[in-house]
Design a protein around this ligand. Structure first.
Ligand code: ZN
Length: 194
């Protein structure tokens, strides 16, 4: 059974009706004098229809889901326009990625000059020869372990500016299970976009 909310409104009407509103709440309209048990029986009788409708709207809105730290966020989405969502992500990215990168750099003895949050859409992060680290704000939508992987990946480029064996050794010394997170970003990364 899906976990939708039900809201019952009574008025001087003759019959029962129901529909899902734009916030995925099942709005039930009932005649004023109808008993709660009768309303419940009506809802119960129509459960197959409700479940089908609910499945339909969730399917329709699947591409409107938004992510934060790898978890799907729904409810608020209806109030968030794309522009606001973008601003929200960029602010979250600054708030989370910069301190986290500094923390990991300190922990594993890396020296970087500057961290920038970019709008890059094709890469999660990059590292320049001037020791500047760049991270896409989109990274904030990914699970925290995947974020750590990207940060560690870029930090290791401070020591190895290539993807050679030495580089991967550095990465796996710090994060032995890095492959799992790399694969996650490859398979699910498409979801983490506005
Ligand atoms: Zn790399």
């Amino acid at each position: 059974m899906a976990d939708y909310e039900i809201n019952i409104t009574k008025s001087w009407r003759k019959s029962l009706s129901m529909r899902f509103d734009s916030k995925w709440v099942l709005q039930v309209k009932a005649p004023k004098l109808l008993l709660r048990t009768q309303i419940d029986a009506f809802i119960k009788k129509n459960t197959p229809w409700i479940e089908k409708e609910y499945a339909k709207i969730s399917q329709r809105n699947i591409d409107k889901q938004w992510y934060l730290f790898g978890k799907v966020q729904r409810g608020l989405l209806w109030e968030l326009c794309q522009d606001k969502l973008l601003k929200f992500y960029k602010a979250q990215a600054k708030k989370y990625l910069i301190p986290r990168c500094n923390e990991l750099a300190e922990k594993y003895w890396f020296t970087h000059k500057w961290i920038r949050i970019t709008s890059a859409s094709t890469r999660w992060g990059s590292c320049s020869s001037k020791k500047t680290l760049n991270f896409s704000y989109r990274l904030i939508m990914a699970p925290k372990e995947a974020i750590d992987y990207v940060i560690i990946h870029e930090l290791c480029h401070l020591r190895q500016m290539n993807h050679g064996a030495k580089f991967w050794k550095e990465v796996s010394d710090i994060m032995p299970e890095y492959k799992e997170h790399e694969n996650h970003l490859k398979s699910d990364g498409w979801k983490y976009r506005v």
